[in-house]
Write a protein that binds this ligand. Structure first.
Ligand SMILES: [Zn+2]
Length: 157
């Protein structure tokens, strides 16, 4: 495929450096983020334009984390108790990005691929998704187009 899979990723995310994340770690969680990141697992990492999301933790307990970057400003949402401010899970997600960006699924590329699928194949996929995640059914009946944040914001997922 000739599509450049990195092209839809925001410049500030694409250019984010390890040292910038380390500074951010110091400023927000007293530099404890790196050790936590090294001991934690990052499940299902996804990138979409200027946003990252994943589950961070271990097989017994994990948090749904999202990070969004606008210029120099980084904001986050997490299902942990500290989730209203920058937490260690969000910092770990940023470390995962600067260390292993290739592990992140680019949602834009996935959306482009989906656009090429046959309707019958799409129906099959939708059916499988709804059987596994029935709470998403309401999205298919919504008349207004939900944005990505809205889909991902449900902490019960
Ligand atoms: Zn957290």
């Amino acid at each position: 495929m000739s599509i450049n899979r990195k092209s839809s990723i925001a410049v500030e995310l694409a250019n984010l450096l390890f040292d910038e994340v380390a500074n951010f770690d110091d400023e927000t969680v007293s530099g404890e983020g790196l050790a936590y990141y090294e001991s934690a697992q990052v499940f299902d990492p996804v990138v979409f334009h200027n946003k990252l999301s994943a589950r961070v933790g271990n097989y017994f307990e994990s948090r749904q984390v999202r990070v969004e970057i606008h210029g120099k400003e980084i904001t986050s949402f997490c299902t942990c108790e500290d989730g209203k401010q920058m937490c260690i899970h969000a910092v770990a997600l940023l470390y995962a990005w600067v260390n292993d960006a290739a592990d992140f699924m680019d949602l834009e590329a996935v959306l482009l691929d989906i656009g090429t699928l046959e309707k019958s194949r799409l129906m099959e996929i939708v059916k499988n998704i709804l059987q596994k995640q029935p709470h998403l059914a309401h999205l298919f009946l919504q008349t207004e187009k939900p944005d990505w944040d809205e889909i991902d914001a449900d902490p019960l997922i």
